[in-house]
Design a protein around this ligand. Structure first.
Ligand code: CP
Length: 337
């Protein structure tokens, strides 16, 4: 009997991602990147979705999420439109957010969006669910609340990094920095419900500790966590340390600058405390919290993590458009040299 794959439409809430879907997305991303290595493979991928169009509606700054989605679309032969500067949208003439989203949906097959407002992508998805021709909405980051595709690429990076060390199950994962205002760590915590015996260590200044709603989520899913401000004390037991920057764009009056950043930073000395097979991740962009001297350490995973993002986003698009079967069925040998 043919295996039944999971399906995906909107990508809004990390809590809907279950283990089978995560495993399928990781496997799909790996298969796609292998196919893309040769010119015939790249051409095969480009012929998968030339009839599909995407809207990239990014009204909050982005480098990685925008570029990786844009290139993920192009890898599949899709065409893209974009609004990045809100002053070029008819919203400045008073058009409502809802009408803008509905308008995009008239022209494209998927809306990929980033907004500084929490809940905006969810609002767009709800609107789509109420109209006759809904298109999927992908949240590329909304306010300080969620960044689900970042969490997917983080899972992919963890999965690849630990592929020869038992996978993500049983790992001790540190998250450091501005955990209160960082959306990436919030989404990643929610995906941890899918892995057995994972323990989390939150390393943050008191005033930037993880929010209570995430702690309640972890408690309700029996995911143990501890909180500390002692990085050197925490590092030796970690399998991964996920570093984040101070989210100073949310400051009221420059309060981020009052944090003793050196206590929440990774440099050559801190790397000496990390396990030989431990990894350092960061969603990027980085500030002073990772010394560039760490970049050449094989345990520094953030540049690979960034590239993994593009392949994971290809996998997400394939899943949404129900094209993964074409990738699964193709003989990999046809594309290897
Ligand atoms: N990680 C991430 O979301 O980066 P950008 O803000 O550059 O998209």
């Amino acid at each position: 009997m043919a295996r039944k794959f999971t399906t995906l439409f909107h990508v809004i809430d990390p809590r809907v991602f279950q283990r089978q879907l995560l495993d399928e997305l990781c496997a799909l991303a790996t298969r796609v990147r292998a196919i893309a290595k040769t010119p015939p493979g790249a051409r095969f991928l480009q012929n998968l979705a030339p009839d599909r169009r995407a809207m990239l509606y990014f009204t909050q700054p982005s480098t990685r999420t925008f570029l990786s989605f844009n290139n993920a679309c192009h890898i599949l032969g899709m065409r893209t439109s974009e609004i990045r500067d809100p002053s070029t949208s008819s919203e400045v003439k008073g058009e409502s957010f809802e009408d803008a989203i509905r308008t995009f949906s008239s022209y494209v097959d998927v809306i990929i969006m980033r907004s500084r407002h929490p809940g905006r992508a969810a609002l767009a998805a709800n609107l789509m669910d109420s109209i006759a021709r809904p298109v999927p909405v992908i949240n590329g980051g909304s306010g300080s609340d969620q960044h689900p595709t970042q969490a997917l690429l983080d899972i992919y990076t963890l999965d690849r990094s630990f592929s020869e060390h038992g996978g993500i199950d049983g790992k001790v994962i540190g998250m450091m920095g501005d955990l209160r205002r960082g959306r990436t760590v919030r989404s990643l915590c929610m995906l941890m419900q899918n892995y057995r015996d994972v323990r989390l260590v939150f390393v943050a200044p008191d005033q930037y500790a993880m929010q209570d709603d995430i702690k309640a989520f972890l408690a309700s899913h029996n995911i143990p966590y501890v909180e500390t401000a002692d990085l050197p004390g925490a590092l030796p037991e970690l399998d991964a340390i996920y570093v984040t920057r101070m989210q100073s764009e949310w400051d009221q009056a420059g309060e981020s600058r009052k944090v003793d950043a050196a206590r929440f930073s990774i440099g050559i000395e801190e790397m000496k405390l990390l396990k030989p097979e431990g990894i350092v991740m960061h969603p990027l962009p980085r500030g002073p919290e990772i010394d560039p001297a760490v970049d050449t350490d094989p345990r520094a995973m953030y540049w690979r993590q960034e590239r993994n993002g593009m392949w994971m986003r290809v996998a997400v698009l394939l899943k949404i458009f129900k094209l993964e079967i074409r990738v699964r069925e193709v003989e990999l040998g046809a594309f290897t040299v």
